[in-house]
Every structure is written in structure tokens, then in C-alpha cells.
Write a protein that binds this ligand. Structure first.
Ligand code: GLP
Length: 233
């Protein structure tokens, strides 16, 4: 795991963008994408660039259960608004949060991940150390699965909703093993509220209680922190 401390999100986004460009130049065909506020500046860099994704596929980490793709609170909608409508990909896949049969949807997603292995995976970090929606206690062997969100995650994500009770209680998420299968992983974390999780991820024991700590075992992971997120290192 290589760790870089940057001044702010803007500098972090530039670093992640440079890594993406290198990976694309080396032939990457499938990108793993994340939602949340952390990758926003990175997506803005992509939108402002002349990169062309018409031969590239994207696969997103997760989606809320119960929200259809056109629901403004869904991750589908978010990705369209911040990236896909400006930079169309050959295909863009997200779990279908409105699928009536979640087991079938999970099988479909795992099949996609097998068919299109991820070359470059972007990650954020939950304040409890989650990656994707893999909450503390998730098995390191997990593939795509149905998740009961923790109260901490529901509270943290409530800022995107009118009220906390509007936040879905479940999500479909790529599992830890699905994420670890990516060839290159770039995790960004910004702000004081990520400092404890970041320190545990980098220096703590590798433990299912801190999902992101698994990245210590990945052979090509870059962690980008601003000074506040790095403050406990
Ligand atoms: C959500 C997402 C994660 C994201 C995390 C952090 O739980 N499922 O993929 O990394 O939030 O969000 P933010 O970047 O807004 O802090």
C-alpha cells in the first residue's frame, strides 16, 4: 500500500486522475467506480479532460435497495449527473436496487465482474472503515451481497436525503473479495471524520472489523489522504 498525503481534495483528485491516465495508457478496459462526495473532484477532472471512454466499461460498487435508476437519491442517478452524461462509457453497470429478485441480481453482478475484471478501482472510505457498503464484520471472502446498513452509515449518508428516515436501510454491494480482485486500487479519503478509519486501515491489524484494512494485503493499492484524514498517522 502506497500512501500519499495531499493538501486538499483538488490535489488528491489530480493525483488519482494521473494514475487513471497511466492505467488507461497501459490498456485498462474496465473501471470500478464509487459514489459519495470523495470522488467528485476526480470525476470533474475526467469531465474536463479529453479522455474518451467509448471503448471502456465501468462497474459501480453499490446501490441502495428500493431505489430505481431514475430516483434522484439513487447511485445510478448520481453517476449519470456527475459523470456518464458528460462522458459516456461503452457500458456502465450498477447493481439494480429495484430488482424484485435480489438473489438473481447478485448472480448477474457477480457474473459481470467475472466477465469484465476490474483494472482500476476507485474507492472512498466510510468513517467506520467500510469500502463500498461492506460494513464492519463483512467476510473478506464476500462477493456481491445484500447489506443491512449500520446506523453510523445511515446517519453519515443522511445528508444526501431530506431526513434520516428516508435513507434506505439496505444496499447491494460488491463484496470485499470482488474489490480485492481489482488489479489497481486507488482509495481517497478527506477530512477529520475519516482520520481514525484511515489510521486503522494503514497501521491497524488486518481485521474484518475494519473492512478497508484488507487493502494492506493488496499488491497495487494507492491511498490518497488530505492532511486532516492523515492526522492520526
Ligand atoms: C457510502 C458509499 C461508499 C463511500 C462512503 C463515503 O457509504 N457506499 O462507497 O465511500 O459512503 O462517502 P463520502 O465520500 O461521501 O464520505
Amino acid at each position: 500500500m502506497k500512501v500519499f498525503t495531499v493538501k486538499d481534495q483538488e490535489e488528491g483528485a489530480q493525483l488519482a486522475f494521473n494514475l487513471l491516465k497511466e492505467k488507461l495508457a497501459a490498456g485498462a478496459k474496465t473501471l470500478g467506480l464509487a459514489t459519495g462526495s470523495t470522488p467528485l473532484a476526480f470525476y470533474q477532472k475526467i469531465v474536463a479532460s479529453d479522455l474518451d471512454f467509448s471503448e471502456i466499461r465501468s462497474i459501480n460498487l453499490d446501490e441502495y435497495v428500493g431505489l430505481a435508476a431514475d430516483d434522484p437519491q439513487s447511485y445510478h442517478f448520481f453517476m449519470n449527473e456527475v459523470l456518464f452524461k458528460f462522458k459516456p462509457f461503452k457500458d456502465s453497470f450498477l447493481p439494480d436496487g429495484s430488482a424484485a429478485d435480489s438473489d438473481a441480481e447478485i448472480r448477474r453482478y457477480n457474473q459481470l465482474l467475472k466477465q469484465y475484471p476490474i483494472d482500476f478501482q476507485i474507492l472512498g472510505l466510510g468513517s467506520n472503515g467500510h469500502i463500498g457498503f461492506n460494513e464492519p464484520g463483512t467476510s473478506f471472502d464476500s462477493q456481491t451481497h445484500l447489506v443491512d446498513l449500520t446506523d453510523e452509515t445511515i446517519q453519515a449518508n443522511a445528508r444526501f436525503f431530506d431526513k434520516p428516515s428516508d435513507v434506505p436501510k439496505q444496499a447491494l454491494s460488491m463484496g470485499i473479495a470482488s474489490i480485492m480482485a481489482a488489479e489497481t486500487i486507488v482509495l481517497m479519503a478527506y477530512g477529520r471524520q475519516k482520520a481514525e478509519a484511515a489510521a486503522q486501515m494503514i497501521k491497524g491489524p488486518v481485521s474484518e472489523m475494519l473492512p478497508a484494512s484488507v487493502l494492506q494485503k493488496h499488491s497495487d493499492t494507492v491511498v490518497i489522504l488530505d492532511e486532516e484524514a492523515a492526522s492520526l498517522l
